[in-house]
Design a protein around this ligand. Structure first.
Ligand code: NAP
Length: 282
């Protein structure tokens, strides 16, 4: 069994991003907005700031109080939409309950929507246009490519159908000619369906959901989930030990998809800066 080393590939991608940044007339700029004081969100925002430093980007952070109104948040987004030195705008999710995420996402200029959540970018991705890739599914595809795993002609099973992971993951695998099945909480016979998978991607958020008997001998298994076990340690959906005895390739948690998601955000921000500066690759 080979470990799909997301941490290693993410470091490589960030180094490459730094090199490409050095060739730009103006360095890429990312604005990150955090509303409220959710500790997990704070950790993610700190990570993004660190990634920006490593890639040589300019970054701005807006830590807004929990009581921020929808209007105030939209105003800030509009200001950032108009700023020349900002190429990417990211609003850290989840938002406090009184704010409307759909309206917030739609307020971000599609050309600066580096999370690829805006309906215009989602539509472009679904119709196969070049543009931003959603960070987590895009990161999974980059990891498969790095290890020479070609989805073409394979049976792929995606567990989870969220707008940010499951659905776009299925579309990217389909684009690469896999035959894709999407499962969710109402899917009967989950074990049976998973056993058919040459590539199994789990994005559910339930520790221990994917057991050894659900995995076909030689399958590629990608664990997107970021859960906490009873000791507070980060873990995925996959029973790592049992599945490692059957899989040909497997992502660890941590060190698999998580770092790839962060690296893809940097790639999207660089791509936006290149596009906005009409930068021609030499
Ligand atoms: P989500 O919006 O809660 O979606 C979870 C999905 O799992 C839903 O579609 C749900 O089905 C499905 N599901 C629930 N129980 C199931 C079961 N027993 N069998 C099959 N499917 C089941 O979560 P998300 O935002 O997609 O995130 C999923 C996981 O990935 C979480 O652990 C999250 O922390 C992690 N994540 C990681 C990264 C990363 O960078 N590594 C990025 C984003 C998310 P229904 O639609 O029927 O409810």
């Amino acid at each position: 069994m080979t470990i799909l080393d997301g941490k290693g590939l993410a470091a490589k991608l960030k180094a490459q991003t730094r090199e490409e940044t050095a060739r730009l007339p103006r360095r890429p700029g990312l604005a990150v907005i955090l509303v409220g004081d959710d500790p997990a969100s704070r950790v993610y925002v700190n990570g993004k700031k660190k990634d920006c430093e490593e890639c040589g980007f300019y970054s701005e952070e807006y830590a807004l109080p929990e009581a921020t109104s929808q209007q105030e948040l939209l105003e800030l987004i509009r200001t950032l939409n108009d700023r020349d030195n900002i190429d990417g705008i990211l609003v850290q999710m989840p938002l406090p309950r009184h704010l409307l995420p759909r309206e917030v996402i739609q307020a971000i200029s599609p050309e600066k929507d580096v999370d690829c959540f805006h309906p215009q970018n989602v539509g472009a991705m679904f119709t196969g246009s070049a543009g931003f890739l959603p960070c987590t599914p895009g990161g999974v595809m980059a990891l498969l490519d790095e290890y020479g795993i070609d989805p073409a002609g394979k049976q792929a099973v995606v567990l989870g159908r969220s707008n940010i992971v499951g659905k776009p993951m299925a579309v990217l695998l389909l684009d690469r000619n896999a035959t894709v099945t999407i499962c969710h909480s109402k899917t009967p016979n989950l074990t049976e369906i998973c056993r058919q998978a040459d590539i199994l991607v789990s994005a559910v958020g339930k520790t221990g959901l994917v057991t050894g008997d659900m995995v076909k001998e030689g399958a590629v298994v990608v664990d997107v989930a970021m859960n906490r076990d009873e000791n507070g340690r980060l873990c995925g959906d996959v029973d790592f030990l049992a599945v490692s005895r059957k899989a040909s390739y497997l992502t660890p948690v941590p060190g698999g998809v998580g770092p790839m998601t962060r690296a893809m955000l940097m790639r999207n921000t660089l791509f936006s800066a290149q596009r906005r500066q009409n930068f021609e690759k030499g």
